[in-house]
Structures are given as structure tokens and as C-alpha cells.
Design a protein around this ligand. Structure first.
Ligand SMILES: Cc1cc2nc3c(=O)[nH]c(=O)nc-3n(C[C@H](O)[C@H](O)[C@H](O)COP(=O)(O)OP(=O)(O)OC[C@H]3O[C@@H](n4cnc5c(N)ncnc54)[C@H](O)[C@@H]3O)c2cc1C
Length: 563
């Protein structure tokens, strides 16, 4: 059996930073287990920037202002102590990244360059053209290799092992051979990213963002938090949902409706295109619903006035994606866009060190919910979250691993994992994986997307039950062992169905509108009744049980949120 002091599941920015921190002592053995090759993790797709109040461009910026912007952006659902840590520690982690060799763009004076971003009162997002995630991920991977972190690439984690109090390890499938393994670990850090793929056809997320770690934690009895909050990014490419970074608007791009109007004058007259994402996504949907969209119910992101030089210099990747996937050159004409499911505010409930309710089990990054983003994340704050809280989880797991021993591993721990695989592999069925996945995604986009109401959400709860029944009958057609991608997709679909159910039930229960969660039948924020986190745990009947937890308010009393 493989044995590690600290085992990290996921090789995005959160996982790689956690790995590096927990490997700071020579005799602590650390491994990263990842279902894709490390540098293909979704972090590598991040385009626009990472926030830190360095005050390099606007000398009046401060971490306190960043803190306030974050709390206001969250529609007051963020825990203010966590958000404080996020903003206070931001300059330190960015400098650490710089020292490790992360090639940020520079100001004329040679400092780290910063650009404006949505919902921010100051120019605060550090960037590297439109490839910030790519350069961060490569820097962290290189440092991990240098520091002796072990990597298990293309290994799919199936389940989390614990004894009710303490962590034991995980079960995983080596996709390259089809073999199942138990890996024993004193500490496990889940850093498996978000669950945006539950909206399969309308998301900016990588194919692997199926919420595996979140679903695995839920099935292992760990509570999930605020799962109903899913952010729609206003500017996804019309037909594919591929992201056109907020960096484009940071550089001065306009949003135009089908009539050529800069419609944000109606919704955020001060901030205009740099309003927060939840507000702009709703503004776009409203324009389209009221008949002011383009021929395919899209609106347009106009960069043409920025000029070819600036576009080529600052937004080269955006331009190429646009040419490749939409056949439009943004130097010449406006980009057709639609809102796209982008970020999972909800996740595994943790404290400020990433610790869950089980000793030795941590979660960090988009898979976790320490609650810095509340009901709506600000652009540039997620890459920051993965650094700050990836690092904290790593530091804490290292400390924990040093002071604990390995627990004996019970026999037959692989049995459940094996029967789950057998369930998908043995026999035949008429159900098609792609059909169930498509029906789930359409249902989520229609009934649990930007606009929600009781009728639609109730329908979604019922339809999801039917889909789960169909899933039980699903058998994969590919019976091979080596690189069975259909089997992996089958496992992922099971995870997504579990999470979709929790998202929908949380959304149905929350009778108010806050941040990314907008109920047409309850259009206002209701602090008297709903200034609280939703906690979902798995009930004895296998269905989610909801409870609530107060929001930590330390400094900013909730007020009306205008931009
Ligand atoms: C297109 C795009 C652009 C973005 N731009 C920005 C931006 O400019 N600024 C910003 O702040 N944020 C941005 N974000 C958000 C931000 O990039 C992500 O929230 C963040 O990178 C998530 O990092 P992570 O480490 O939590 O997870 P990810 O980077 O998603 O990595 C998840 C990891 O988990 C592994 N994994 C998953 N399931 C399993 C399993 N079962 N077994 C083993 N391994 C598993 C995967 O292999 C992967 O390595 C963007 C997001 C997208 C989608």
C-alpha cells in the first residue's frame, strides 16, 4: 500500500501550493494525485488576474479596501474574518509567487503591473497578459518538482477514508491501468476544483470540473456549504461558453445589446461594464428577455475601439479563442457573448486553515468553502483564494502530520470502490451516459441558472430524482481497463448528479435573492431571515439534509449593494 504523510487530491493552484507548503520539511512525504496532467488543471485557463492590494498602480489602495469590496461583492454572505485573511495575506502570497519565478507583467518602474477588475474600487488585479493562471500553475508545478513532491498523474480519486474522527487516506483508480489502490495518509487535502460542469453545455469550466472531491466529501459525511451559489460569468462565447476574460472589460471593452446600446447605463450607471458579475449577467438576461438581444439571444463585447496593438499585447489569447471558436476577430468586430456558468461559490465547509469536521481532512480552493466569496465572488479573488488558503491548508496539514501517527488501515477498504466500479462496468443497459448528462445540464441551466423560481426549482428536484434513477441503470459500453474514459465519465456523472440535487434543494429553500442566487418570486435580499449559510449533509435516506449557520460579521454591517 502506498503511504504518505500528506496527500493532496488535485493539482490546480490550490493543490500545488498546498503540496509545496507541506513539503517544507525534508522528512515529510508529500504526494499529489490528479486526474489530469498537473499543468492541464483548470487553474491554467485563468486569464484575467489575481487581486492583491499592492498599490503599485493606485497608491491609495489598501488591504482594508480590498476587504470591503470583497464583503460587498459577496452580498454580505462572506465570513468577514475569512475575507479579512484573504485580503491581508494577499500581498505576501503574490510576492512569494514572484520570488518563485512567476512572470507577472510589469509597470514602467519594474513593479508588478495591475489592471482594473469588476466590483473593485481600485486598480488591483496583478496579471500576465491574459494568461495569469497558466503562469501561476507552471511556477507552482516547477517548484513542486524541485522540492521533491511526488505526482500520481491520471489517477482518479473515488472515495475518502476516515474512522469518524480522523483521516485514513483515499481510494483511487489508476486510469492508465484500471487498477484500484488505497493510499494511506495522515492528512488529505481535497483541492479538486469546482462543479461548474453540472451546467455541461453552458460553462467556461474544464471538462474535469465535475466536483468530484466535493461529492466524495459529501458521501463521506462531511458538510457542504452554500452550494446553491453558482456564479454565471457575463462574457462567455455565444456557442461554446468559453470565457472572454473580465480583463477585456478591465482594458476598457464595452457591452452592447443587439441594438448597439451600452445597456449597462440602465443597471450600474457608475461602474458600467465593471459592475460585479451577478449584476451584469442578470442585466444581459434582462436585455435578451425584453427583446434587445442579437439574433441568437446574445449580446456583444466590443473591443474594436481599443485598437489592434493593445488587443495583441494585452489580450492575445482572447483574440485567438474568439477567432478559433466563433470565427470573429475582435480587432474588427464585436464578440457575440452569453453568460456562462463559471464559478462554484459553494463547497466543502472548512475553517480558516482548510480543516473540515474530520481531523486531518482539509479542503482548499474552489472545492472548499471557507466562505470568502459568499453569494458572489469578485473577479481576481479566486486565484487569490487558492494561494492564500492552499498555503494555509498545506502549513496546517504539515503541522498535523508531524504530530500524529498513521492509523491502522481496516481490511476490505477497497470493497466499496470496487463495487461502485463493477456497478458501472458489469452488464448492459439502454441508458446513455451522454443523454443523462445532457438532460441534467439543460435542466440546471433552465431551472437553476441565472433566474430561478419555486415552480422551476420544484420541477428540477423531481426531474433530478428521475435522472438519478436512470443513472442507477447506467452501464458503460467500454469494458476495457486501460484508459477507460467512459468509466471515468460515468463516475463523474454520479458526482455531478449528487451535487446538482444539493444545488437545487438549497436554491429552493433560500427564499430571497442574494448575489448569484436570484429568485424571481423573492426578488430582494432578506437579511432578517436569510443572512446565513446553507449547510448540506447526507441524510440516512441518502438525500441531502439542510441546516443553517450564522454568517460571521466583524466589521461591515450589511447595507444596500449598489454600483
Ligand atoms: C476560464 C476561466 C478563467 C478564470 N479566470 C480567473 C481569473 O482571471 N482570476 C481569478 O481569480 N479566477 C479565475 N478563474 C477561477 C479560478 O481559475 C479557479 O477558481 C481556480 O483556478 C480553481 O483552482 P483549484 O486549484 O481549486 O482547482 P482546479 O484548477 O480546477 O484543479 C482541480 C484539480 O483537481 C483534480 N481532480 C478533480 N477531480 C479529481 C479526482 N476525482 N481525482 C483526482 N484529481 C481530481 C484535477 O485533475 C485538477 O488537477 C477562472 C476560471 C475559469 C474557468
Amino acid at each position: 500500500m502506498l503511504t504518505y504523510d500528506v496527500l493532496i487530491v488535485g493539482s490546480g493552484g490550490a493543490g500545488l501550493y498546498a503540496a509545496l507548503e507541506s513539503r517544507m520539511e525534508e522528512d515529510v512525504q508529500v504526494a499529489v494525485l490528479t486526474k489530469v496532467y498537473p499543468t492541464r488543471s483548470h487553474t491554467g485557463a485563468a486569464q484575467g488576474g489575481v487581486n492583491a492590494a499592492l498599490a503599485n498602480v493606485d497608491s491609495t489602495d489598501s488591504w482594508e479596501e480590498h476587504w470591503f469590496d470583497t464583503v460587498k461583492g459577496s452580498d454580505y454572505l462572506a465570513d468577514q474574518d475569512s475575507a479579512e485573511l484573504l485580503c491581508r495575506e494577499a500581498p505576501q502570497v503574490i510576492r512569494e509567487m514572484e520570488h518563485w519565478g512567476c512572470p507577472f507583467d510589469r509597470t514602467k518602474e519594474g513593479k508588478i503591473a495591475q489592471r482594473p477588475f469588476g466590483g473593485a474600487s481600485k486598480t488591483r488585479a496583478c496579471y500576465a497578459a491574459d494568461k495569469i493562471g497558466h503562469v501561476m500553475l507552471h511556477t507552482l508545478y516547477e517548484q513542486g518538482l524541485r522540492h521533491g513532491v511526488d505526482y500520481f498523474n491520471e489517477w482518479v480519486t473515488l472515495s475518502l477514508l476516515h474512522n469518524g474522527q480522523r483521516c485514513l487516506g483515499v481510494n483511487a483508480l489508476d486510469a492508465r491501468t484500471g487498477k484500484l489502490h488505497t493510499i494511506q495518509a495522515k492528512a488529505v487535502i481535497l483541492a479538486t476544483g469546482g462543479y461548474g460542469r453540472i451546467y455541461w453545455n453552458r460553462t467556461s469550466n474544464a471538462y474535469g470540473n465535475t466536483g468530484d472531491g466535493t461529492a466524495i466529501a459529501y458521501r463521506a459525511g462531511l458538510p457542504l456549504k452554500d452550494m446553491e451559489f453558482v456564479q454565471f460569468h457575463p462574457t462567455g462565447l455565444r456557442r461554446t461558453g468559453i470565457l472572454m476574460s473580465e480583463g477585456a472589460r478591465g482594458e476598457g471593452a464595452y457591452l452592447l445589446n443587439g441594438w448597439g446600446e451600452r445597456f449597462m447605463t440602465r443597471y450600474a450607471p457608475e461602474k458600467m461594464e465593471l459592475g460585479p458579475r451577478d449584476l451584469i449577467s442578470r442585466a444581459i438576461e434582462t436585455e435578451v428577455r425584453q427583446g434587445r438581444g442579437g439574433p441568437e439571444d446574445e449580446v456583444f463585447l466590443d473591443l474594436t475601439h481599443l485598437g489592434a496593438k493593445r488587443i495583441m499585447e494585452r489580450l492575445p489569447q482572447i483574440r485567438q479563442l474568439c477567432i478559433d471558436f466563433e470565427g470573429v476577430d475582435p480587432i474588427e468586430e464585436p464578440i457575440p457573448i452569453k453568460p456562462t456558468a463559471h464559478y462554484s461559490m459553494g463547497g466543502i465547509h472548512t475553517d480558516i486553515n482548510g480543516l473540515t469536521s474530520i481531523e486531518g481532512i482539509y479542503a482548499a480552493g474552489e472545492a472548499g468553502c471557507v466562505s470568502v466569496h459568499g453569494a458572489n465572488r469578485l473577479g481576481g479573488n479566486s486565484l487569490l483564494d487558492i494561494l492564500v488558503f492552499g498555503r494555509r491548508a498545506g502549513v496546517h496539514a504539515l503541522e498535523y502530520a508531524r504530530k500524529t501517527d498513521f492509523l491502522p488501515m481496516p481490511k476490505n477498504v477497497l470493497k466499496m470502490a470496487q463495487s461502485c466500479i463493477n456497478g458501472l462496468m458489469e452488464g448492459d443497459s439502454k441508458e446513455s451516459l451522454a443523454d443523462i448528462r445532457r438532460d441534467m445540464a439543460n435542466l440546471m441551466a433552465d431551472k437553476a441558472g441565472i433566474y430561478r423560481d419555486e415552480t422551476g426549482l420544484t420541477e428540477a428536484v423531481n426531474k433530478l430524482e428521475e435522472l438519478k434513477e436512470r443513472y442507477k441503470k447506467l452501464r458503460v459500453q467500454d469494458k476495457s481497463k486501460v484508459f477507460n474514459t467512459e468509466l471515468v465519465a460515468g463516475l463523474e456523472l454520479g458526482n455531478m448528479l449528487d451535487l446538482a440535487e444539493i444545488v437545487v434543494k438549497g436554491a429552493l429553500s433560500r427564499q430571497e435573492s442574494r448575489g448569484a442566487h436570484y429568485r424571481e418570486d423573492f426578488q430582494y435580499r432578506d437579511d432578517d431571515n436569510w443572512l446565513k449559510h446553507t449547510i448540506a449533509t447526507k441524510g440516512t435516506d441518502g438525500k441531502p439534509v439542510l441546516s443553517f449557520k450564522p454568517v460571521t460579521i466583524t466589521n461591515f454591517q450589511p447595507e444596500a449593494r449598489t454600483y
